[in-house]
Design a protein around this ligand. Structure first.
Ligand code: MG
Length: 167
């Protein structure tokens, strides 16, 4: 059984006139995350953790923001393609843990919906995906509500063809 870990981080500015999409879920809020895609920092951090665990480069390499094909792409679609890449390379995801840092709105009530959106894409049980939400205690850009950041770690395992499944 070969285990590999990865870490991911991302930060996006918040701006008026953008939908706030986090963990694949639209959350009512006066500002949303800027980006070439929908700006979903949580998914971007998770993708980088998974790519890092596989020994791949990063999200910018796999989905270049110079490529019009990825303009306004939903980050869940990018996650689907990373899930396919994992499968193709014989990896299963063991678990993912993550933290979103954002001053407002309160994200706690939306976390179950985020898990419902992301777990099926990665073939995870809800207990295999940790999502925590923190504020930045009013400090700096994050604390002033100018941006949102996310960190994620992932543990993946190479599938053993002799034993099948996650063995
Ligand atoms: Mg990003």
């Amino acid at each position: 059984m070969k285990l590999r870990t990865g870490i991911g981080y991302d930060i996006h500015r918040l701006a008026a006139g953008r939908k706030l999409i986090l963990g694949g879920v639209e959350i009512p809020h006066p500002t949303g995350l800027q980006g070439h895609s929908d700006g979903d920092v949580l998914i971007h951090a998770v993708i980088d953790a998974l790519l890092g665990a596989m020994g791949d480069r990063d999200i910018g390499q796999c989905f270049p923001d110079t490529d019009p094909a990825y303009k306004n792409i939903r980050s869940t679609e990018m996650l689907v393609s990373v899930a396919i890449r994992l499968k193709t390379n014989d990896y299963d995801v063991v678990n993912i843990d993550s933290v979103i840092v954002m001053e407002a709105p309160r994200l706690g009530p939306h976390i179950p919906a985020m898990k419902d959106a992301l777990c099926p894409i990665l073939g995870l049980d809800v207990r295999d995906l940790g999502i925590k939400a923190k504020t930045h205690e009013g400090m700096g850009e994050l604390g002033r509500g100018e941006a949102a950041a996310a960190w994620a770690t992932a543990l993946i395992v190479k599938r053993d063809h002799n034993r099948g499944g996650k063995g």
